[in-house]
Design a protein around this ligand. Structure first.
Ligand code: NAP
Length: 332
């Protein structure tokens, strides 16, 4: 089968397609013939040599995919049969023509969505669901500050926050991105390149600050985050695009807010946790991708690249040009 491959860590020019052995499903696993996968920041980090796959995971890039079940391993429970369409969360391996996956990581594709749209759901939406509900304990009426509001995760988090009855506020680096976030349901958006988002957030919340922050930026935002966090607020750190170093009185500022700092990485979670997450998401959220749901959740796709254009897809994400997800179409 063909898979995205790189021989040594480095820039996008190192990526190419390579013929590799097709995997076989193990105990409780299915083999999926992949129609589409999507790009994540983790792929860029792994390509650069900064993010190794967790122990036991496939080292091929790709944290999500959509496709068809083509083989069942021993011990499968009969929830899935050959030919079923599905979308999957993966610890790696999605950017290949076939991938094996525990059957508990598969989700049905919501009616009316294409395979390309489905490939854009698992990683971003499961992450956003986990951050808001399992870690952030979002409540109706909460104000939630979502950084990188037009990112894959951000576009999902805005919609899920609205569905929970919360008030999403976002940051982004351009007017165009902020407008898109507002169309998805953000109550307000702040261009972090042009204004101090923490002052703008305090103004919007009439001095109270936000109850929850979803933060994939880290170092460069810490002081502004703690400044606009409400008393007893929760700050969920799940990425470090703005660096890992902190200099200054973080602890005293956080303590005087009685703030909670929570961190999260989904990829390294164990099988049991991921199965629980997939099940909860399938039951509570997937029905709301239907046209009939008053919430009408939508996966936001920016561009679709053929897998042969993998280098261009990485450059597009690395230069912060995407609004929503970048999807890769596999050769059939
Ligand atoms: N912990 C987990 O389990 C988990 C799971 C999934 C994703 N993530 C993390 O979530 C984040 C978003 O991922 P994604 O795939 O959704 O991203 P994405 O679609 O590529 O969007 C990322 C956006 O972040 C903004 N950005 C980049 N560098 C920045 C900086 N230094 N300061 C402020 N904004 C910056 C850019 O938009 P602007 O133009 O607005 O600056 C960029 O387009 C990443 O950090 C990723 O690693 C974590």
């Amino acid at each position: 089968m063909l898979a995205v491959h790189f021989d040594k860590p480095g820039g996008p020019e190192n990526l190419h397609l390579k013929e590799v052995a097709k995997p076989s499903p193990g105990e409780g696993e299915v083999l999926l013939k992949v129609v589409a996968s999507a790009l994540n920041r983790a792929d860029l980090l792994q390509r650069q040599g900064h993010y190794a796959p967790p122990p036991g995971a496939c080292n091929i890039l790709g944290l999500e995919a959509s496709g068809h079940v083509v083989e069942l391993g021993p011990g499968c429970q009969g929830h899935w049969k050959i030919g079923d369409p599905a979308m999957v969360l993966l610890p790696g391996g999605g950017q290949a023509q076939y991938v094996t996956v525990p059957e508990g990581f598969l989700m049905p594709i919501p009616a009316g969505l294409t395979m390309l749209q489905a490939a854009a759901i698992p990683e971003a939406w499961l992450t956003a669901f986990q951050l808001l509900h399992l870690l952030g304990n979002v409540q109706a009426g909460d104000s939630v500050l979502i950084h990188a509001g037009s990112s894959g995760v951000g576009t999902a988090a805005i919609q899920l926050a609205r569905m929970a009855g919360a008030i999403p506020l976002v940051t982004a680096g351009s007017q165009h991105k902020l407008q898109m976030a507002e169309k998805l349901g953000a109550a307000a958006g702040f261009n972090y390149k042009e204004e101090d988002f923490s002052e703008a957030t305090l103004k919007f919340t009439k001095g109270a600050g936000v109850n929850l922050i979803l933060d994939c930026i880290g170092g460069s935002y810490w002081e502004k985050n703690v400044n606009c966090l409400a008393l007893d607020g929760r700050w969920v750190l799940y990425g470090l695009m703005g660096g890992a170093d902190v200099s200054g009185p973080l602890f005293s500022k956080l303590l005087f807010k009685r703030g909670s700092l929570i961190t999260s990485l989904l990829r390294s979670r164990d099988k049991k946790y991921k199965q629980m997450l997939v099940k909860s998401f399938t039951e509570q959220i997937l029905p709301h991708f239907s046209m009939e749901s008053p919430h009408r959740l939508v996966p936001v796709l920016d561009r679709v690249y053929a897998m042969t254009e993998i280098q261009a897809a990485h450059v597009y994400m690395e230069t912060n040009r995407n609004m929503g997800k970048i999807v890769l179409e596999l050769p059939q």
